[in-house]
Write a protein that binds this ligand. Structure first.
Ligand SMILES: *Cc1c(COP(=O)(O)O)cnc(C)c1O
Length: 614
């Protein structure tokens, strides 16, 4: 160590950190979305690039972090109007939990219930998440990953293990396992099973991470096969015809094509995985096809993986309970905590169907894929968790103790050995918010996106912008309070059937573009480059942030609402019932209008208005 950090010095630095956290919390509604061009330039020119031989020490380095480093980070990346990607934010309670995670730095690796209960808290967290999603814990188990990409990786790895095992059994090798035997085989060796057949992954407009993990796992990116409806029809002229409803079909599976493909895989004795995106990446569209896809998967022994990274929690909305039923049809499920649940990054969720009771030694394919196999597994892994519904054990002390004693160690059911206590911010959030709190977080996000949609369809907004999804049906007027809560019309009956594109569907994403005919800025009207030009102008306001995408061959703008606080408060910081009374609404609509006036404010004016980042 270069210097001894006295308790007083450490405490004084923590005070500065505390002040920074408090001022960001208090001033979040005015934080600029991204760093200023000058600060970024300064950072590029001056950030240290070489290792000091004598370290700077704690004092200088902490000063550097609090000043130089904070000024080159996007101040409002976890603020209320960063609508790019799906970023989420961090609730105050998740912030506290995350700091505790660092402070204690437990290694959630081996289950040592006589020493620490970090692993038990992780297991409880997974169970609370199952309860939130209404996934029966008697049938599902799971783990917490680094993100949805890692969850997709686990899902495809388990799907590969399961379906290749079946395919190899059909080829006459019932004891073969991908995890155990691997991809290679020596043709000369008579005792050896032959190399395994391919695994085909069937998708419709998937998230890019599916191809990424197919590459990593050796499934092969070319084996990710699009059987979406767009794979056959010409989609690029759909928008030319202004037929936006028809354009939505590109995110749906062509079920006939899927069935033909799965049958072919089956008879060729190959592996097959179907990945359904629940919450399509561009539109947030919720697939209504899962029951039909489950049925086809069952017919041909295929694995069903659902990628519900940002939309799983829409199951909490009235009229959308069916999402839980559909999720429970999956073999494996990916979701994210660092998006809609607003915990810090490093929180992916993975759920997997448990193995049949009695038939197996341990409780899911995770152990087969991530463990050391029959021969290598240490004795303490040789037990499985209790099979009863975990909600039932809460009041029974003996069962609680039995559960705590029999938990498998996390290291053989996930990618990592050593692992951050990333469960704690989730655990804290679930306890602090409860089902109602998380429901209202999702509701407010949906209300903000759908209210913006309504504005873009109004006389004022529709001249400037064109929404690229079919209209959400008019919201039913609720009896009390909020006029914008996302009550789909069909929620009159308690459980609406999934009507993904036709009925009152609603999610947190808004897909749009500058109006190609009537928007006042000529360069924004181009089908190909207009959206990008508009996005640059929107970003330059530093008041809101949105991302580019392509939709049916044209440039489009994607606005994703995912922060717990978006639309919550008015300019005075009072909580509002209607998101349209919020400061975020005012600033967002103003930004969307101002770029159409072609007179973006200059940087200096913006900076004067906004609270600084550091
Ligand atoms: C964000 C996202 C992913 C990737 O998640 P990371 O947490 O960034 O790894 C995968 N699928 C979908 C649908 C997503 O929205």
């Amino acid at each position: 160590m270069t210097d001894h950090v006295s308790p007083e010095h450490f405490a004084a630095t923590l005070e500065r950190l505390r002040d920074l956290a408090a001022s960001r919390h208090a001033g979040v509604l005015e934080l600029p979305t991204i760093a200023s061009p000058d600060d970024l330039q300064q950072g590029i020119d001056t950030l240290p690039t070489s290792l000091p031989s004598t370290g700077w020490g704690f004092g200088k380095t902490s000063g550097f972090l609090l000043k130089e480093v904070t000024s080159v980070l996007a101040p409002g990346h976890n603020g209320t109007r960063y609508f790019g990607f799906v970023t989420g934010g961090v609730t105050p309670i998740a912030t506290i939990a995350d700091i505790l995670t660092t402070l204690y730095d437990p290694n959630v690796q081996v289950h040592l219930p006589k020493e620490t209960l970090a692993t038990l808290i992780e297991a409880h967290t997974v169970n609370l998440l199952c309860q939130l999603l209404s996934l029966p814990t008697s049938r599902f188990t799971g783990t917490i990953t680094t993100g949805a990409t890692a969850s997709n990786l686990l899902g495809l790895a388990c799907g590969r293990e399961a379906t290749l095992k079946k395919a190899m059994a059909r080829r006459g090798f019932p004891d073969w396992s991908m995890a155990e035997d691997g991809i290679g085989a020596d043709a000369e060796d008579d005792d050896e099973a032959p190399a395994p057949p391919p695994v085909n992954v069937y998708v419709a407009t998937p998230h890019a991470s599916i191809k990424k993990v197919a590459g990593i796992l050796g499934i092969g990116r070319k084996r990710v096969i699009d059987v979406g409806q767009k794979a056959h029809g010409s989609s690029s002229d759909l928008l030319e015809n202004e037929d936006i409803r028809a354009s939505m079909s590109i995110v749906e599976f062509d079920l006939v094509h899927l069935e033909v493909s799965l049958r072919e895989s089956y008879y060729k004795k190959q592996g097959a995985i179907v990945v359904v995106g629940l919450g399509e990446v561009n539109t947030g569209a919720l697939s209504a096809q899962i029951p039909a896809i489950r049925a086809v998967c069952d017919r041909y022994e295929a694995w069903l993986h659902i990628d519900a990274a940002f939309s799983a929690f829409c199951c909490l909305l009235e009229g959308f309970e069916w999402i839980s039923e559909h999720l429970a049809m999956a073999d494996s499920i990916c979701s994210d905590g660092h998006k809609q649940l607003n915990v810090p990054y490093d929180a992916g969720l993975f759920f997997i169907r448990k193995k049949e009771v009695g038939e197996y030694r341990i409780d899911s394919l995770l152990e087969d894929v991530c463990g050391l196999g029959q021969a290598g597994a240490p004795a303490y892994l040789a037990t499985g968790g209790p099979e009863e519904n975990l909600e039932d054990i809460a009041l029974d002390i003996a069962k609680r103790r039995e559960y705590a004693a029999s938990l498998p160690s996390p290291l053989f059911r996930n990618l990592e050995n050593s692992k951050r206590f990333r469960a704690l911010p989730l655990y804290a959030t679930l306890l602090s918010e409860g089902r109602q709190g998380i429901k209202s977080m999702v509701e407010r996000n949906v209300a903000f996106a759908r209210s913006l949609e309504a504005w873009m369809r109004s006389d004022e907004g529709s001249r400037l912008y064109q929404v690229l999804t079919p209209p959400c049906e008019p919201l039913a007027e609720p009896e009390s309070s909020s006029t914008t809560s996302p009550q789909p019309a069909a929620s009159a009956s308690t459980k609406a059937s999934p009507q993904a594109w036709h009925g009152p569907w609603s999610t947190t994403i808004l897909l749009f573009r500058p109006h190609p005919l009537t928007c006042p800025i000529p360069s924004f009207r181009s089908h190909l480059t207009g959206a990008d030009a508009c996005i640059s102008a929107l970003k330059a306001t530093r008041a809101i942030y949105v991302s580019p995408t392509r939709w049916c061959g044209v440039g489009a703008i994607r606005l994703a609402v995912s922060n717990w606080r978006t639309g919550m408060e008015d300019a005075e910081g009072r909580v509002v019932q209607d998101v349209r009374e919020s400061r975020d609404w005012e600033v967002t609509v103003q930004a969307l209008k101002s770029v159409m006036e072609g007179e973006g404010k200059d940087e200096q004016e913006q900076d004067d208005e906004m609270v600084g980042s550091g």
